[in-house]
Design a protein around this ligand. Structure first.
Ligand SMILES: CC(C)(COP(=O)(O)OP(=O)(O)OC[C@H]1O[C@@H](n2cnc3c(N)ncnc32)[C@H](O)[C@@H]1OP(=O)(O)O)[C@@H](O)C(=O)NCCC(=O)NCCS
Length: 188
């Protein structure tokens, strides 16, 4: 697709006009996540079961995302997609991969899906400067086939699975890939 460009924003540096576009897109895609982003207390929340209907909409997730690094992909002045990430993430469950880059959120606007934007956002992440951590870790839900298919193509491997974590039959899966070393297998 032409007229597409991606910019990297360090935490807290998004200009106000671009911030409002991000908030608009965030509201548009929030319900595409399980559970919806607007029902979460933050980007690494451990309790992920679906909330009951009527749970108040929250902007806590968006606020926390703004304290992280962010790639935003623009198309003709409108936001087409974004990827938020932490550059110094630690988790004792996969301590041998830490500190790691942790992708907290990736979303593409519906009309821009299947044009390779998510794939190119992950490429940007893999191409970050070498002094940043080598491992990229993220989590998604087990029925998110489009995302899992993309991650498989990018060389991600499963490292942890939390059964029925989001709902009966909907697990949380953690995956990892090493930047610039797709030939290097995960440490066992
Ligand atoms: C998952 C998501 C980020 C993919 O974004 P995208 O820009 O459409 O993905 P890409 O165009 O880069 O797709 C790359 C590859 O991923 C796979 N893929 C993407 N969407 C797919 C779908 N709906 N069905 C099957 N495979 C899919 C394909 O292999 C695709 O390659 P191809 O188009 O050459 O066949 C997007 O669908 C989205 O925003 N979903 C809602 C939010 C979400 O689920 N985020 C992740 C939560 S952890």
């Amino acid at each position: 697709m032409s007229d597409i460009s991606t910019r990297w924003y360090r935490p807290g540096t998004i200009p106000i006009t671009e911030l409002s576009e991000l908030a608009t897109m965030f509201a548009e895609v929030a319900d595409d996540f399980v559970p919806p982003l607007t029902s979460r207390a933050g980007t690494t929340q451990s309790e992920l079961r679906e909330q009951s209907p009527g749970t108040p909409v929250s902007d806590r997730y968006l606020k926390e995302m703004l304290r992280q690094d962010l790639f935003m992909t623009w198309h003709k002045g409108r936001l087409a997609g974004f990827l938020s990430f932490r550059t110094d993430h630690h988790d004792s469950r996969y301590a041998d991969l830490c500190p790691c880059l942790y992708v907290s959120t990736i979303a593409i606007r519906r009309r821009h899906r299947r044009h390779g934007i998510a794939r190119s956002l992950y490429r940007e992440l893999f191409d970050l400067p070498a002094h940043l951590p080598p491992w990229v870790v993220l989590r998604t839900w087990s029925t998110n086939h489009s995302h899992l298919e993309l991650l498989r193509h990018l060389g991600f491997d499963g490292i942890l699975r939390l059964q029925d974590d989001r709902a009966p039959g909907v697990d949380t899966v953690y995956l990892a890939a090493k930047r610039s070393a797709s030939a290097n297998p995960l440490p066992r």
